[in-house]
Design a protein. Structure first.
Length: 413
């Protein structure tokens, strides 16, 4: 055994007698291993003690949950595997060389002979074992504290997530109730007349929306109709929609003239919600059924389309600002003469704004082209044809806005 090896033993085992050091010289074997070599395998019963002469090794421990815990790095004048010399228990950790490493190996059998002749060696090794166990315990405690902290944070996150889930469920329930109330506010059935037939369709983009429509008789000869769009979403839009539809019906039965009705609805909205940044676009019309004379106003809404056999589809004129939000309002009343066979189409901007999976808008040109193909259908069939066309166009894409359609079909008088 060289002088260098003797020095290593003296540094590792402080206070050992020269005789014991010589004994260690006789039982130790010097070996070299490449980087990445597994000296000790966790769980295996191995009986070799390693004193590091040159190089470095890392000790790691695989936990029951599969996680790998880092225990430390050992270098020259330190040793590993001492626990296996004191009992027959499996290795507690893996020890792997980090760089090319030279060690002195002492087997359990040789170590047992050494302990018999030197109580000091036994004391030194036992003290090292205790220090090792303390280090493992310290690492385990630190790991446990970290896991307890993570568990506490996860528990708090879970409580927060649970509270958010409860709130989400509450909001969803409120939206379901609001959607039910909104559906109840829309007419379940449209009035039937011998000379004009109405059909409608409304599909909100969300659970509740801001679009609405209505058809109601003013007297034995006149029928009023309205389509509107609240410039807002969710529950607030549903509330404004309910107020607007009610105002149109109340004022319509009282005033009849479309311009006067729109002005009264506008003022009513300002009284109900004077500070809200919410407005309504609408088309409101009154049809004299015996003659087909139509009076109407367009308050910032999509212009109605009129289909006439042999003439095709054309846009009715109209212009005016939305209702609500701003005090002053100037609306012009327009007229048109509807003939048997005509179809009058009113719609919200959700129709031309419908998008496909390439992000393309359906648009007015395509809508009018499709209208030309299907406008000969009855009111019910026409609404269904437009609905199917929009479904086909926006297949797989959530609607960006409410979609509302109202059709009036003029039949022979």
């Amino acid at each position: 055994m060289t002088t260098t090896t003797t020095g290593i033993f003296r540094r590792v085992f402080h206070g050992l007698e020269e005789k014991v050091l010589n004994e260690l010289h006789g039982v130790a074997t010097k070996k070299s291993y490449p980087a990445g070599y597994l000296l000790c395998r966790q769980g295996e019963r191995e009986h070799t003690f390693y004193i590091i002469v040159q190089g470095q090794v890392a000790a790691t421990q695989r936990l029951d949950d599969g996680e790998e815990r880092f225990l430390g790095i050992r270098g020259p004048n330190e040793y590993v595997g001492e626990l296996s010399l004191l009992d027959d228990a499996p290795r507690m950790a893996n020890v792997t060389t980090l760089v090319p490493t030279t060690v002195l190996e002492v087997t359990e059998e040789a170590f047992d002979r050494l302990v018999e002749v030197s109580p000091a060696a036994a004391y030194t090794i036992t003290r090292t074992v205790i220090e090792t166990l303390r280090n493992i315990d310290r690492v385990a405690i630190m790991d446990l504290e970290a896991k307890n902290k993570a568990l506490y944070e996860a528990y708090n996150e879970l409580q927060t997530a649970q509270a958010a889930m409860v709130e989400k469920e509450r909001l969803e329930r409120e939206l379901e109730i609001a959607a039910g109330v909104q559906r109840d506010l829309l007419p379940r059935e449209l009035p039937e007349f011998a000379d004009v037939r109405f059909a409608a369709y409304l599909e909100p983009a969300r659970q509740v929306g801001g679009d609405f429509y209505d058809v109601f008789a003013l007297d034995d000869e006149q029928v009023a109709f309205v389509i509107g769009d609240v410039a807002d979403k969710s529950i607030h839009a549903a509330l404004i929609m309910a107020v607007s539809r009610t105002l149109f019906q109340v004022e319509g039965l009282h005033l009849h003239a479309p311009g006067a009705v729109a002005q009264a609805v506008h003022k009513g909205m300002l009284r109900v919600s004077p500070t809200a940044d919410t407005f309504v676009t609408a088309v409101y019309g009154v049809l004299h059924r015996p003659t087909g004379h139509l009076r109407y106003v367009v308050a910032g809404h999509e212009h109605p389309l009129l289909y006439r056999p042999e003439e095709g589809v054309r846009q009715l004129p109209g212009g005016g600002r939305f209702l609500g939000m701003l005090p002053d309002l100037d609306l012009e009343e327009y007229t048109a003469e509807l003939l048997p066979g005509d179809r009058l189409l009113l719609f919200s901007d959700g129709v031309p704004d419908a998008e496909n999976n390439q992000g393309e808008r359906y648009g007015y040109q395509q809508m009018q082209a499709h209208m030309t193909q299907v406008c000969h259908l009855s009111a019910d069939a026409l609404v269904q044809a437009i609905r199917e066309e929009l479904i086909s166009w926006g297949q797989g894409v959530d609607p960006v806005d409410d979609i509302t359609i109202l059709v009036a079909e003029i039949v022979d008088r």
